[in-house]
Write a protein that binds this ligand. Structure first.
Ligand SMILES: CC(C)(COP(=O)(O)OP(=O)(O)OC[C@H]1O[C@@H](n2cnc3c(N)ncnc32)[C@H](O)[C@@H]1OP(=O)(O)O)[C@@H](O)C(=O)NCCC(=O)NCCSC(=O)C[C@H](O)C(=O)O
Ligand SMILES: [Mg+2]
Length: 358
């Protein structure tokens, strides 16, 4: 058993002290690029400052024969790029793959001082996080790294979902969790063939109309309402993350051309408590930045409620609605997020600063 005092002790002599709290850094879009793809790699410097997180992907979507080229490409990018306000993450290969040990033993000494977060795919339980945690501590100690690299897990197996609470609490390095809908669908034997998003077959149909002579008209037109396949998993993930003070993210939306449905999926995640989503193509960065930034209307309303509530206790009527201690807490979540984002996004800051309370 790991005791409370052990939890915040370094796991290797000379490794940096674990963080006590995960910093609330903006991460509306986690933008994936293949560091071994020359066209994508060339775009990295110009993307700095336009996206909250740049993630060099080494796992799925990188061909087996290119794993080493991509890893070397990531080292070069890490060494040569000034990331400024943008976070620099990587997704390593899965823990059961032949590449992951080389990923970690190459990346940490070479660019560990620049890497903010390592995303670990297909996490099954706390034991996977413990393995990476100890290995990172050893590698950080050896490389003289002074700031601990954080861990982000992808929820993409049934066992991972069943163990999500213990995964979130497995290490002080745990920064957050993303939903990996494509691998999760396969692992669960869902009958879908998509990378995230909904499915027209997963629906609820309006009741049949009653007939005058009795019985029901099962042949008439009835409205159908498409349902969200990911609602249950997202809700579990958000609760587990909130419980442990870490951050939840929707993952990939593979239908790049369907920007409208992508926006819907991202907005569902935002409303449910996620702080960001993945971007697979430059077009999705703008969608994530917009969706995961509170609207001017929401910030204005939240500020009005906070102002009307004074010390934050009791109940008042505002625009015909009751506001109380609980609604003011929700409004503070909105305003705090707006302030964090305004600190790194001048355009957003100008829009929030222009708000005038009625
Ligand atoms: C999806 C893509 C294969 C599409 O690429 P492409 O056909 O080249 O798109 P375009 O012609 O529209 O590209 C226009 C230009 O933009 C560059 N580009 C494209 N994507 C990126 C990017 N991600 N970062 C930077 N630059 C990008 C192209 O090179 C073009 O450049 P130019 O010719 O100079 O104008 C491709 O977007 C892609 O591979 N994206 C990343 C895919 C990925 O990372 N997949 C893995 C994450 S999802 C996953 O793993 C599932 C999950 O784990 C789960 O289980 O659910
Ligand atoms: Mg996956």
């Amino acid at each position: 058993m790991r005791t409370a005092k052990d939890f915040f002790a370094p796991l290797a002599v000379g490794a940096p002290a674990p963080v006590r709290e995960i910093p609330a850094r903006p991460s509306r879009a986690i933008h994936f690029f293949d560091p071994g793809n020359p066209k994508m790699a060339a775009k990295v410097p110009e993307m700095v400052g336009t996206v909250d997180v740049l993630l060099g992907n080494l796992e799925d979507a990188v061909k087996a024969e290119n794993k080493e080229i991509s890893r070397e490409g990531l080292v070069k990018i890490g060494q040569e790029t000034d990331f400024g306000p943008t976070q620099f993450w990587t997704r390593i290969n899965s823990l059961d793959s032949p590449w992951v040990l080389d990923d970690l033993t190459t990346l940490v000494p070479a660019i560990g001082h620049k890497l903010d977060v390592i995303m670990v795919p297909k996490v099954q339980g706390a034991e996977d996080i413990h393995y990476v945690d100890r290995l990172l501590a050893q590698l950080e100690a050896k490389a003289g790294i002074t700031k601990p690299i954080l861990i982000h897990a992808i929820l993409e197996t049934a066992r991972g979902v069943a163990n999500v609470e213990e995964i979130c609490g497995a290490s002080p390095r745990m920064q957050g969790i993303s939903l990996g809908p494509a691998d999760l669908a396969a692992d669960r034997r869902m009958k879908t063939t998509r990378v995230g998003g909904g499915h027209p077959g997963y629906l609820v149909r309006q009741d049949a109309a009653p007939l005058a002579e009795g019985g029901y008209d099962f042949t008439g037109q009835r409205a159908i309402f498409q349902q969200d396949l990911w609602h249950y998993t997202m809700a579990r993930m958000v609760d587990a993350c909130a419980m442990h003070g870490i951050y939840a993210y929707y993952g990939p939306f593979g239908d790049i051309k369907d920007t409208v449905a992508c926006e819907d999926q991202f907005r569902n995640a935002f409303l449910m408590g996620c702080v960001g989503a993945w971007s697979l193509h430059p077009v999705q960065i703008k969608i994530a930045n917009q969706v995961f930034s509170p609207s001017v209307e929401d910030v204005k309303h939240a500020r009005r409620v906070i102002a009307a509530m004074g010390d934050g206790t009791g109940a008042v009527m505002l625009d015909g609605k009751m506001e109380d201690d609980a609604s003011v807490k929700q409004c503070k979540v909105m305003v705090d997020l707006a302030e964090e984002l305004a600190a790194i996004d001048p355009e957003l800051k100008a829009r929030y600063d222009a708000i005038v309370l009625d």
